[in-house]
Ligand binder design. Sequence first.
Ligand code: DC
Length: 245
Amino acid sequence: MEGSALVNSRQRLIIAVDGPSGSGKSSVCRAVASQLGAAYLDTGAMYRAATWYALSQGIDLADERAVAVAVGELPLTISTDPEHQTITVGQSDVTAAIRETRISERVSEIATNRAARALLIAAQRRIIDDSGFIVAEGRDITTVVAPDAQVRVLLTASAEARLRRRGLQLGGTETAEALHRQVIARDARDSTASNFTEAADGVAVLDSSDLTFQETIDALIQRVEQASAEPLSIPSAGASRGESR
Ligand code: DC
């Protein structure tokens, strides 16, 4: 990776961020990766793309074996450039489609499928390994996917703040019930597959309920600096980021 003294001197720096829906994980992690010149991995997008694919194949999501087979053959390409997030499945650009309510309301069925999880976790580890300098976020990154990451943070926020943020993110178009289903009820379902509400040993908690977006970014960068014990040199341009399969 060009341009970052931190990474030139250390070769590898993995920043792992867990947290519930609406905690601001995605936007905060993308901004931090961008500022640091690191790659960025949104693991939730992989679960969403798998859901999109299984539904497009007409698979019954309750059929655990059929879902696992579909995830095993998922023709997924996910970019790790924080400034250009593109996700394709086969020839279809699903970057926007995977954010639709019809996907948000079904994605837990994939996230709670053990075989599908194992396949997606293996793919996430490959992407993280290949990158070496990356901000990776999801529900089980600090505990399962990258427990050896140098920086491990649980980004939390109150239920009220999370509902408000997800509502704004969706353009204020969702009813209170739909938002509740997509944030609180989905987290309750997903928590049967991974524990993302309590920090594991060695994981720092960052509560963003009363922080602005920029304050949250600054707080996360500060933790990265503490963990790396040297000031970060923010690269001017041209860090090597790209596409991963
Ligand atoms: O963060 P998100 O809302 O885009 O995540 C989509 C779904 O994927 C959500 O239901 C939780 C699940 N997920 C998971 O189980 N493990 C991850 N590492 C990331 C997401």
